[in-house]
Design a protein around this ligand. Structure first.
Ligand code: NHF
Length: 512
């Protein structure tokens, strides 16, 4: 069995959010278990795919190429040229064209590879940007009568629509192209109509299996994808991108002698908040985003990583600056949170795209209104800095409106820091509430967008952890529970479940 994965994000090439972690790490864990895995992403301008190409073709007058991304695991290819070299991973307005161009180059490449292939190949596409490529492979496998299985992996449901005109013009998949799906071999137009043009519904109709990232999220997907049978949908958990041993080695390198020691953790927090915050380095998705962030900070006369004047209990939040993540709800809660505890510090590391100017203004203005309590870091922090912030925090706040999985919760737990999270999607699977599970719990859960519940739950957790520093024994055990639970979500377990799903697909129906 060979597995070919399509994804728009891989941390080797470019990271926007949690998606970048999953295909390469899941792929690597599967290849360690003897499965041949290849990963394909656009180049996003990170390297010139036409320098040493393994394949090249001309699409709409522009040269496009595929080349190997050096040093990555599993085998990693980048597809470049034209729009695929655009630095913004998800450029609004041009994103569908980027996905279609990716599909076109993939289709040309695999029309050669598939024609001579032997044995089953599983094509595994991550998120809707890979759907045109999956459709192209679906059509090729029918044309060449080669056995393939198609898997579609939903990390975030988008509700996007497919443009049949674009699919026909760019990829050559038109109304009457034969496509294999739940209702047999039909015109593509038939399946597009059945899916009401919704790209994820279309994918669900024409692949062999739909996978998502948590049990919690799979329940809501079943409904929105319009799947008749729950059998077609399964979930494979993401895993923690961090482990406690990795966390320890990062901390030891930055001067923490015994990371397990609660006293050391407290003094680490104190120096981070009152001094070292200014050393946190930020990176941006591209130069345009960097320019916009810097211009805004200059306009407001703000330095985002100015240390606080004093120490205090720390709440940390991290993620993409998007409505889905619910960080605006934290701003609404700030008044009440700081009335409950005037010493409270909130640090938010929010990664914007260049189009998020209005949202960035809101957060910068909030920092100006709460100089003793809030710091907003607009950009991406390094893995090392993220570990330091998680480690120093009393709690990590994850206020998402919806969350397919919630990798940040696991990252925080791997650092021994409990989580205050909204009761949605994968967070429900990950976070066991200490108010119910006692010291076996790893955080608290609150109703999404409910400011009162967020404040009560978060303040409770912050105080509980603070009592650790006053000598309370019980909450210390919660830190161990966090580390233990984060380790239950590991890539080995996920790879094994994934391989099982593939094997069942291959044996269930040996017809192409
Ligand atoms: O962790 C990777 C990520 C998830 O919940 C996250 C999300 C997008 O929103 O699966 O994808």
């Amino acid at each position: 069995m060979k597995v070919v994965m399509f994804t728009f994000e891989s941390f080797y090439v470019k990271k926007v959010g949690g998606l970048a972690e999953v295909p390469p790490r899941l792929g690597e864990a599967m290849s360690k278990r003897g499965i041949g895995v290849e990963l394909y992403t656009p180049s996003h301008g990170v390297l010139d795919a036409c320098k040493e190409p393994v394949f090249s073709t001309v699409v709409q007058g522009v040269k496009h190429c595929i080349s190997v991304f050096p040093g990555a695991k599993p085998t990693h290819y980048v597809v470049g040229g034209g729009l695929l070299d655009e630095m913004a991973v998800y450029p609004p307005g041009r994103l569908m064209d980027k996905a279609l161009t990716f599909a076109r180059v993939i289709a040309e490449y695999f029309s050669r590879v598939l024609a001579g292939s032997q044995g089953f190949t599983v094509f595994h596409g991550h998120d809707w940007h890979s759907v045109p490529a999956l459709l192209a492979v679906n059509s090729l496998s029918t044309r060449f009568e080669v056995p393939v299985k198609l898997v579609y992996h939903v990390h975030l449901y988008s509700k996007n629509t497919i443009e049949l005109e674009g699919l026909c013009r760019v990829v050559g998949l038109c109304w009457n192209t034969p496509i294999r799906g739940d209702h047999g071999l039909r015109d593509l137009g038939y399946y597009v109509e059945r899916s009401h043009g919704l790209i994820e519904r279309l994918a669900a109709l024409v692949v062999d299996k739909v996978i998502t990232v948590s049990k919690g999220y799979s329940k809501s997907l079943l409904r929105v994808l319009g799947l008749n049978s729950a059998h077609k949908l399964d979930y494979v958990y993401n895993a923690s991108p961090l482990t406690w041993s990795e966390v320890k080695s990062i901390l030891v390198k930055s001067g923490v002698k015994t990371p397990e020691d609660h006293g050391e953790r407290l003094s680490f927090r104190r120096s981070l908040l009152t001094k070292d915050l200014s050393y946190v380095k930020l990176e941006w998705q591209d130069e345009n985003t960097e320019k916009r962030v810097k211009n805004l900070l200059e306009y407001y006369g703000v330095s985002q990583s100015t240390p606080f004047k004093s120490d205090g209990p720390l709440v940390f939040s991290i993620g993409r600056l998007s409505k889905q993540k619910g960080f605006d709800v934290v701003l609404k809660a700030l008044d009440k949170l700081t009335i409950n505890n005037p010493r409270l510090k909130v640090v938010m590391a929010l990664s914007p795209s260049m189009w998020d100017v209005d949202a960035m203004k809101v957060f910068i203005e909030a920092q100006l209104s709460y100089p003793d309590n809030l710091r907003v870091l607009l950009g991406m922090v390094s893995r090392e800095d993220a570990v330091k912030l998680y480690y120093a925090a009393n709690a990590t706040l994850v206020p998402s409106r919806s969350e397919p999985f919630g990798l940040v919760a696991l990252e925080s737990m791997a650092c021994g820091t409990p989580v205050s999270a909204s009761r949605v999607g994968g967070l429900v699977d990950i976070v066991t509430d200490v108010r119910k599970h006692g010291v076996n719990g790893v955080g608290v859960l609150f109703t999404p967008s409910d400011v009162k519940d967020l404040v009560e739950s978060t303040s409770y957790l912050v105080e509980l952890v603070e009592s650790t520093y006053l000598g309370a024994e019980e909450p210390r055990t919660i830190r161990d529970s966090c580390i233990k639970r984060s380790e239950e979500f590991n890539w080995g377990n996920s790879a094994e479940k994934m391989i099982n799903i593939y094997s069942r697909l291959l044996t269930s129906n040996l017809k192409p």
